[in-house]
Design a protein around this ligand. Structure first.
Ligand code: NAD
Length: 274
């Protein structure tokens, strides 16, 4: 494949570009994910709370692509945190997906006020030891949550999937991840396709490279070393977002992007989610 892989801290290879399916209804997921697989994507990011693991799994198992060439991520929803409830929730996710393992299993939010993420993560360690996830990690963890987790458990998370785009560049988190060998995966990498794709800097860089705004934003992520999982249900955009390997941003482009950071979240602050 033309998509580079990054090597996670346990040696597992993860495609640097994947396909996200948040907000895709279950009865459309099979078609949409099939379109993505046909376009060349091999990594799919779903979650129990997206309620589309069934349709996503049908596309994966029906694709004819060898299982070992695919990388499937799903996530534990907040209400299921706790050791035993996590094991049950994971079984249910695998069942809906129609798979006997996932490549990556993540805790969706830390929910620090509930104080259950350490016990929850111990269940992920068991799932990993049983070979039912090839890698385990977290999502929306702040550096302080990572420090505590690493201090109290045995397996350093392979990935932290966080909101990250040019308006929220997450330098402190990326530095903390790098210190522990944790891969940074960017959610809402296109800023949810809102006005980010109309910002003059983004438009100028796109024009300069004869590319689209979405393509130069994805290129920026890839050159930073982030894993990206853009979402679209439109076949032309699904293909466009995959076609990001034939060009490179230069130092001027990267400096222009650096100036876009406003520390502005689209989603909630992880400390506030309960
Ligand atoms: P995104 O940044 O990928 O933007 C998707 C939206 O951008 C689309 O709905 C469409 O409106 C637009 N778009 C896509 N391609 C485009 C193109 N080429 N040109 C113009 N507009 C385009 O946003 P997202 O879906 O929020 O994030 C991607 C994935 O990240 C999700 O599907 C999900 O898998 C994951 N995610 C995870 C969390 C988490 O808490 N872990 C939260 C949000 C999203």
């Amino acid at each position: 494949s033309q998509v580079p892989s990054i090597t996670l801290n346990n040696g597992v290879a993860m495609p640097q570009l994947g396909f996200g399916v948040w907000q895709v209804p279950d009865d459309e997921a099979e078609q949409v994910v099939t379109t993505a697989l046909e376009a060349g994507y091999r990594s799919i990011d779903t979650a129990a709370v997206y309620k589309n693991e069934t349709g996503t799994g049908r596309a994966v198992t029906g694709s004819g692509i060898a299982r070992e060439e695919l990388f499937v991520t799903t996530k534990l929803w907040n209400t299921e945190q706790g050791h035993d409830s996590t094991l049950r929730a994971f079984d249910a996710s695998l069942e809906r997906l129609g798979l006997d393992y996932v490549d990556l299993y993540l805790i969706h939010w830390p929910m620090p006020a509930r104080d259950t993420y350490v016990d929850t993560y111990r269940a992920l360690e068991k799932i990993l030891a049983d070979g039912r996830a090839k890698a385990i990690g977290v999502s929306n963890f702040l550096p302080e949550h990572l420090e505590r987790l690493i201090g109290e458990t045995s397996v350093v998370p392979a990935v932290n999937q966080i909101e990250l785009h040019p308006r929220l560049q997450q330098q402190a988190a990326r530095t903390a991840h790098a210190a522990h060998g944790i891969a940074t995966e960017a959610w809402s990498p296109l800023g949810q396709g809102k006005d980010l794709l109309e910002v003059p800097t983004v438009l100028a860089v796109a024009r300069k490279h004869d590319r689209t705004p979405a393509q130069v934003v994805l290129r920026w992520h890839l050159q930073l070393g982030n894993v990206v999982i853009p979402k679209s249900v439109t076949p032309s955009r699904i293909a466009e977002n995959f076609d990001v390997f034939g060009f490179e941003l230069d130092a001027d482009d990267l400096a222009a992007f650096a100036a876009l950071d406003e520390g502005k979240r689209l989603g909630p602050h992880p400390a506030d989610v309960e």
